[in-house]
Write a protein that binds this ligand. Structure first.
Ligand code: ATP
Ligand code: MG
Length: 374
């Protein structure tokens, strides 16, 4: 028997409005869609990354948010305010670009003070605010230097201080670490995340580097050809990619073609040239499909005879054709019986027992298999 329950509304604190919202935003240049029907929400106090290959529309999306590009359709909201028709300087946003863009003739102090002077603040307010911002980016003591006297990483710290000192409602960062070497880049990623937690400003961070997006973001929007393919936490987009494009964007994947031949509740059966596989059904798929397995999820071991799959694991048999040394890992290229090439990551030490030419089994957990419509 169904029981209708009535209860008093629980006392729920009203949720803070999102820091930023894009609703159905599109922009074409000469008839070519650079941004197509993009809707996004940036919860207050979080970092959202726009991640995608070159030309997918990341910068255009950011420029629409900033107000430098007017969208053809759609709405931009900051807080709960519709700012679509507002000029950039009235949106109260901060921006950091790849190429620092500091004023070369101004000292570090003056660069950071610039935005506050534009607001007609007095020296009594500017001094402490600039020093506090420089402390946050660990640049105390370098106030009197000029940009040419700073390293790239230091210049980018000044650019960050200059952007946060005015307390923008949202900070927009367009590949801010693109010009830095890998090690400095990784340090700056961690620092940026800590800085964001300290100041509490919401960030939109543009990058084409998947590791950077995974490190920095609370949520990632994966873009392709002007369209958002998937939005989710770093875990979600990495572990549960919704398309082959998203799966492939986060590292090397093996792709097998197959046909869905049936399903039994939580799993689907896929038949392909390398066997019949029972894999978890995350989304409904039928008919022709592709099966994607990350090379990093595939384990290689020597197998002088065939062994059957044991249910939790799926495998293919083949012969090692080549081993590519990558430092902390090696990439095995395995020629399967049907002629296809299967990639698997292993530890460098594995080469001693499983050399080129060895018969192997390459196995992965069924749960690490992704199936998409073909
Ligand atoms: N002002 C413009 N006029 C004409 N086409 C433009 C303009 N700005 C961008 N585009 C085009 O729009 C598409 C998206 O460009 P956008 O700069 O947003 O890409 P992106 O994702 O930032 O790429 P990258 O990673 O290389 O910076 C590209 O095809 C680009 O050539
Ligand atoms: Mg760009």
């Amino acid at each position: 028997m169904a029981v209708a329950m009535t209860r008093a509304h629980p006392a729920v604190a009203p949720a803070a409005p999102p820091a930023l919202e894009l609703v159905g935003v599109s922009k074409s240049f000469r008839g070519v869609g650079a941004v197509r029907d993009v809707s996004l929400t940036l919860p207050a106090g979080t970092i959202l990354s726009l991640l995608g290959p070159s030309g997918c529309g990341k910068t255009t999306t950011l420029r629409i948010v900033a107000g430098f590009v007017a969208p053809d359709t759609g709405q931009v909201r900051i807080g709960s305010e519709d700012v679509t028709d507002l000029p950039p300087h009235l949106r109260h946003l901060g921006m950091v670009f790849q190429n620092y863009a500091l004023f070369p003739h101004m000292t570090v102090f003056e660069n950071v003070a610039f935005g506050l002077r534009m607001r007609n603040l007095g020296a009594a307010e500017i001094g402490p605010a600039v020093r506090a911002a420089l402390r946050l980016v660990r640049m105390t003591g370098l106030e009197a230097r000029y940009p040419r006297e700073l390293s790239g990483g230091q210049q980018q710290r000044v650019a960050l201080a200059r952007a946060i000192v005015t307390r923008p409602r949202v900070l927009l960062l367009d590949e801010p670490f693109g010009a830095l070497d890998r090690q400095l880049r990784e340090e700056m990623q961690i620092e940026l995340k800590q800085l964001q937690r300290t100041v509490g400003i919401s960030f939109v961070f543009v990058t084409h580097d998947q590791e950077e997006a995974l490190t920095i973001s609370d949520r990632i929007a994966v873009m392709r050809s002007g369209v958002i393919e998937q939005v989710g936490t770093p875990d979600e987009v990495f572990e549960q990619p919704r398309s082959l494009f998203v799966a492939s964007f986060f590292g090397t994947v093996n792709v097998f073609e197959g046909t869905v031949s049936g399903s039994d509740g939580s799993a689907i059966l896929v038949a392909g040239p390398l066997g019949r596989w029972r894999v978890p059904a995350r989304a409904p798929v039928s008919g022709a499909c592709v099966v994607a397995v990350r090379a990093a999820d595939v384990a290689v071991r020597r197998a002088d005879r065939d062994e059957a799959d044991d249910g939790d694991w799926l495998s293919i048999h083949g012969r090692v054709e080549n081993i590519v040394y990558k430092g902390t890992t090696v990439l095995y290229q395995i020629r399967a019986r049907d002629g296809s090439l299967v990639l698997a990551a292993g530890e460098p030490a594995l080469r001693a027992s499983v050399p080129v030419g060895a018969p192997v089994s390459a196995a992965w957990r069924a749960a690490r298999t992704h199936v998409f419509p073909r």
